[in-house]
Design a protein around this ligand. Structure first.
Ligand SMILES: Nc1ncnc2c1ncn2[C@@H]1O[C@H](COP(=O)(O)OP(=O)(O)OP(=O)(O)O)[C@@H](O)[C@H]1O
Length: 594
């Protein structure tokens, strides 16, 4: 198993020169950041040692001249520090953007390829949290985390190294607290990790509650359940607050505790360094420098916990994103092409059996043959498996037994995109995208002209109502099309399928929400539309499928009757019973015109 950090770095593999450049700039920035402390030591040395100072030994004997050299050097170093800060900051932040961009795109592309049951087993909130929260977490870490880690090691190596080089006798006291700080950090980290995990879990719960409530706002209002929902949000928000409180209690105590350990190192350096200076083992300048710099050595350890914290959280996020990327694609494409213009539209369900995962069988050894360009109707009790049947044709799920053939070819061997391209599916629950009416009609047929869109809308009996909308075809339909009525949404979906012009058309309760008059008008158009293609129409309202070439009545996953309208009436079975009930309706509702 490859470490998540390494997998993450693969996303930056095309940017290796930038990574190296950013690393070098970060290290140089830290070195220049530390340098002024050394210059202070050298300045004290100039004032105390005068002509015998370190700078004097380099050739500048005049003390004022020495100070001038030091001042110029400080200016230069300060400028270089700022310059490298600009470089590394820009480089790391751009790299963070690149990595998050590519990772998000990969994760989303992979997610789109996964089978429908993957989405049914998970909440939208859960998947969004991977695509958004986790990838943002990584972005934050890469933004500043890499630089912080490099700064930490540069400081420890440079300052620790110079301590040992300049005053080996005092170095050990300055470094005394380091093992304790590392040990303390590890202990606190271990205790903090589960508290942070709990915070994230609580945040997830409140997120899914809020998302759920926002989409169900009309139901909340109709049941006047506002107070009830407010209390539920309050409970979950309170749990989130308490969980965060537990994490804060520990993490807030950490820095003061580390400070106390650091002060031991500082005091020890002050004392033992002073003694060494008094005994002339080190110079006054060195002593001043050591006291000054000991904090620079020890302070980064205080932020070690923060660095580790953000590193661990970033790795947890990486694991989640990689987990998504590693999810195998269950429904893979076949390699048999199916060019759109060659499809005859012969559909054959051959002895198929299907069950949703962990459920009883929905379809049982069902066989059904639809000749090219014919129109069939499917009726049956709710839950009898009608929608499931057409979803199997689209290969949304894999059948457990039998075969589905299009023009004699097993759909499992067909190129998946070709297969879906040749089927127009008007589903039971229409989904419209946030956008204009025209955009929704041309969805999937992206390069169609406005005239073609209008023509499709006319055939779907949608043109008239669209023209009455405030901005006509440019009216925004709202999220999921919520600014339109159910019947209007259905007509846009029919127009969308007409525009796609597929050899096989599936109408699953496509006109269930429109009134009888509109339905009759759509039926007239449909006679024309379905002429040159294979059509599968599922309906509860029998008038919709009455004129089909063949009607199939389904019951508990099996076809129990088949024939034309007249044949089925003569049979006197389920269909005839349903027809009787619905035409009986006519006696009470004269507007029904089957
Ligand atoms: N995604 C799913 N996961 C698990 N079970 C499902 C799923 N979709 C449908 N089912 C179950 O499969 C059975 C058949 O559902 P299907 O939607 O095919 O029925 P239908 O005949 O189209 O019904 P309706 O007339 O109400 O639309 C039902 O018992 C339903 O509960």
């Amino acid at each position: 198993m490859v470490h998540p950090l390494l997998r993450l770095l693969r996303y930056a593999k095309n940017y290796r020169p930038q990574v190296w450049l950013a690393t070098i700039c970060t290290i140089l920035n830290k070195i220049f950041d530390l340098a002024p402390s050394y210059l202070i030591g050298v300045a004290v040395d100039v004032v105390v040692q005068k002509e015998n100072s370190l700078v004097a030994r380099l050739g500048v004997t005049d003390t004022v001249g020495q100070l001038a050299v030091l001042s110029l050097l400080t200016l230069l170093i300060w400028s270089l520090e700022s310059l490298f800060q600009f470089f590394y900051d820009r480089l790391w932040r751009n790299l963070a953007q690149t990595v998050q961009h590519e990772l998000r795109l990969d994760a989303y592309s992979h997610l789109q390829e996964l089978e429908l049951s993957y989405f049914e087993d998970r909440s939208t909130g859960e998947m969004l949290s991977i695509l958004n929260d986790d990838i943002n977490q990584l972005e934050r870490f890469l933004d500043s985390g890499a630089a912080r880690i490099l700064h930490f090691f540069t400081t420890v190596l440079v300052v620790g190294g110079s301590f040992v080089a300049i005053a080996p006798s005092v170095a050990w006291v300055a470094m005394l607290p380091i093992p304790f700080i590392i040990w303390g950090t590890m202990v606190i980290q271990r205790r903090l990790a589960p508290r942070y995990a709990d915070v994230r879990a609580k945040a997830g719960l409140i997120n899914s509650r809020l998302a759920n409530n926002l989409s169900g706002i009309a139901t909340i209002k109709s049941f006047t359940a506002e107070r009830y929902e407010r209390d539920r949000v309050l409970t979950e928000s309170e749990a989130y607050r308490r969980s965060n409180g537990r994490a804060i209690a520990l993490s807030a105590a950490f820095i003061p505790l580390i400070r106390m350990v650091i002060v031991v190192g500082f005091v020890a350096t002050l004392f033992f360094g002073g003694v060494a200076a008094l005994n002339n083992q080190i110079t006054v300048g060195t002593y001043g420098f050591l006291v000054f710099i000991v904090q620079q050595l020890l302070w980064p350890f205080a932020s070690l916990s923060e660095i580790l914290d953000s590193y661990q959280r970033a790795m947890a996020s990486t694991r989640r994103v990689m987990g998504l990327l590693d999810t195998p694609i269950a429904i893979t494409t076949g390699d048999h092409p199916l060019p759109l213009n060659t499809v005859r539209g012969d559909v054959h369900f051959n002895d198929i059996t299907f069950a949703y995962s962990d459920r009883d069988r929905v379809l049982k050894r069902l066989s059904l043959h639809i000749p090219p360009k014919s129109t069939i109707g499917i009726v049956g009790a709710t839950g009898s498996g009608k929608s499931t049947l057409v979803k199997l044709l689209l290969r949304f799920y894999e059948i457990q037994h039998g075969k589905i053939l299009i023009d004699g070819i097993d759909i499992r061997t067909l190129n998946l995109a070709d297969l879906r391209r040749c089927i127009g599916w008007v589903s039971q629950d229409v989904f419209l995208f946030h956008g204009t009416v025209a955009e929704n009609i041309s969805y999937g047929s992206f390069s169609t002209s406005h005239e073609e869109i209008v023509h499709a809308a006319k055939l779907a009996e949608a043109d008239e109502f669209i023209r009455q909308l405030p901005q006509g075809y440019d009216t925004i339909v709202g999220e999921r099309g919520q600014k339109l009525s159910g019947g209007q949404r259905q007509r846009l979906a029919i127009a969308r399928a007409i525009l796609k012009d597929p050899p096989i058309l599936i109408l699953d309760e496509a006109t269930s929400a429109v009134d009888n008059e509109t339905e009759a008008a759509i039926q007239k158009s449909l006679i024309m539309i379905t002429q040159n293609r294979t059509t599968i129409a599922i309906a509860h309202r029998l008038s919709t499928i009455r004129h089909s070439d063949c009607i199939y009545a389904m019951d508990r996953g099996q076809v129990v009757e088949q024939g034309t309208h007249e044949e089925l009436l003569a049979l006197g079975g389920i269909y005839a019973g349903l027809w009787q009930v619905q035409s009986g309706d006519r006696l009470f509702n004269p507007s029904v015109n089957p």
